[in-house]
Design a protein around this ligand. Structure first.
Ligand code: BEZ
Length: 220
């Protein structure tokens, strides 16, 4: 049987710059479609299973930073292949045990249609559960960043928030951001594309230019 005929066949994972695959799905907050997020940024992330310890720590971290994501114009949407009843029981348990409310919706993708469309099922890791993926989707519903983590490693939600902030700074100011950049830090100015521009930069003697190709500036 070739891959197209196999019941495990799934579209490849959406890549940076491509439109995010449309979906309509049952969630803990009712049926939702990707289109419902048009005009907002979205972090769409999968976890392997409800009532598991690493996933619980991730949900606690996402819940803590949910207000910060919202301040950055970004919504959160979780997904696993558990049922909506399992999701409801788990978020209620998190609130009882940890005193933390999960205020963002979680897709119940028991049929795995959405997980397959996003390449969240990686059969060499698990044929039934989604691995830990993160899709940062912009307000035009374009995939701007993709992360994949194995079952056993919890993600850094601070880093996911930083990634959203960096992408938004790039769009706002037309700049790139250096390693470990945080809001308020200097940004990187696009390198010159001509020899003449490179020479002008060197002559200008800007202390934020370490060399013709490496210039920082304060955003804004
Ligand atoms: C966890 O979230 O703890 C977990 C989930 C799946 C496999 C291993 C760990």
């Amino acid at each position: 049987m070739d891959q197209a005929e196999s019941s495990d066949a799934q579209p490849r994972m959406p890549r940076i710059g491509e439109p995010a695959p449309a979906f309509e799905a049952e969630t803990t907050q009712g049926d939702l479609r990707l289109d419902d997020y048009a005009g907002s940024w979205l972090v769409f992330f999968s976890h392997p299973a409800d009532f598991t310890p690493v996933c619980t720590t991730e949900f606690l971290a996402f819940a803590k930073l949910y207000p910060a994501f919202k301040e950055n114009g970004c919504e959160l949407l979780g997904l696993s292949t558990d049922s909506v009843y399992s999701h409801i029981a788990w978020v209620r348990n998190i609130e009882t045990v940890f005193g933390v409310r999960i205020a963002f919706p979680i897709v119940a993708d028991a049929g795995r249609e959405v997980a397959r469309a996003y390449g969240m099922i990686m059969p060499a890791e698990s044929g039934t559960e989604a691995v830990r993926t993160v899709f940062v989707i912009d307000d035009r519903q374009i995939v701007r960043a993709v992360l994949s983590y194995p079952m056993t490693t919890g993600r850094s939600v601070d880093e996911i928030l930083r990634l959203v902030q960096a992408l938004r700074a790039t769009d706002r100011h037309g700049v790139a951001t250096p390693a470990g950049w945080l809001p308020g830090d200097k940004v990187i100015v696009a390198p010159p594309r001509t020899q003449e521009m490179a020479e002008e930069r060197v002559k200008a003697g800007d202390p934020d230019c370490r060399d013709w190709y490496f210039c920082l500036r304060t955003p804004g």
